[in-house]
Structures are given as C-alpha cells and as structure tokens.
Ligand binder design. Structure first.
Ligand code: BTN
Length: 170
C-alpha cells in the first residue's frame, strides 16, 4: 500500500541520513597513508571518542639501519561544523630505536576529494646524559596522502628485508 511504501522510503532516508552523519568523521583518519619520505602508516581503529591506534613504518632512521613497523597511538579532535579535524599521535619506535616521535596535524580534503594530512613532528632520541639534552630533539614537517590499496598485511609486506633480518624466526 502507499502507506507502507511511504514508511519504507522514510526508513531508508532516515538510515541514509544516519550513515552520512555517523561515518565520515570516523573514516577520515583510518586507512593507509604515505608521506613524502615514503614512510607508511596504517590507522586501524578510530573510536567514537576520537582515540585511534595503528602502525607506522618509517622509510628513514637516525642510524640508517632497518626499521620495524611500530605502534602509534593518538587522538583526533571532534571537528566543528564544516571544519577539518586536528589530531596528534605518538610513535614508540619498536626494538630498533630508543627514540619517540610526537606528530600533530590536521586533515584536509580538497574539492576533488583528495585527502591530505599535514603534520609537524618532534623526534626525541635517547641521549646518555643531561649535558647532551640540548641536541636530543629534532623537529620537522611531514605531509601524508592516502594510499589506496588493500589494508591489513600491507605494512609488513612492504618491508620484507628489514622485517626478516630483525625478527627472530618463529
Ligand atoms: C629512529 O631512527 O631512531 C626512529 C625513526 C624516526 C623516523 C622519523 S620520525 C619523523 C620523520 N618522519 C618519518 O616518517 N620518519 C622520520
């Protein structure tokens, strides 16, 4: 009947509105990203409160040696009306380094839908004494764009040589 059809259409519109309202902000940061150094990061889970985590695989290291995919944890600000969200995250370099990096940035989307994350970072390396503290922190900028390929086992598979040499055989 027309009444049933009407309520069906209403439910559909309601569902679409709900999806449109709920998903975009959660999706903005999740996924695979690459910066101008060719480093990769995969943000796997963005929670309702903005907390997120993932893995970071740097293409460069202070010592010049191999890197390993390292855990990242961060928080995304709830964006205001029409605004792009700011965020910050830390990477605790796992096993291959004692250093820690903090990134802070913002997500932008251009009219063509291309997403860009602009960030500034502080890289803190461990030094042996208070006298060396002055030289322990580097600062820089990284710009990330979304890398559109399957997520999941991408990070490990893109660094086979380093992952192979640094992790013990099972
Ligand atoms: C280390 O070498 O001790 C840790 C790795 C540091 C990698 C830095 S973090 C900032 C910059 N952006 C990257 O993608 N890699 C470098």
């Amino acid at each position: 009947s027309p009444v049933a059809m009407g309520s069906g259409a209403f439910t559909l519109v309601l569902a679409l509105a709900l999806v449109a309202y709920v998903t975009p902000e959660e999706r903005k940061l999740s996924g695979l990203w690459r910066n101008e150094l060719d480093s990769l990061m995969e943000i796997s889970a963005v929670r309702d409160n903005g907390d997120f985590q993932g893995k970071y695989l740097t293409r460069v290291t202070l010592a010049g040696g191999c890197a390993r995919a390292s855990p990242l944890r961060g928080a995304q600000q709830q964006p205001g009306e029409g605004g792009w969200p700011t965020f910050a995250f830390t990477v605790r370099w796992d096993k291959f380094s004692n250093a820690t990096t903090a990134f802070a940035g913002q997500c932008f989307v251009d009219t063509g839908g291309k997403e860009t994350l602009t960030t500034m970072w502080l890289l803190r390396e461990a030094v042996g004494s208070l006298e060396e503290d002055w030289k322990a922190t580097r600062v820089g900028r990284n710009v990330f764009t979304r890398k559109r390929i399957r997520k999941g086992k991408i990070l490990p598979s893109l660094s086979p040589s380093c992952e192979d040499t640094s992790s013990p055989a099972p």
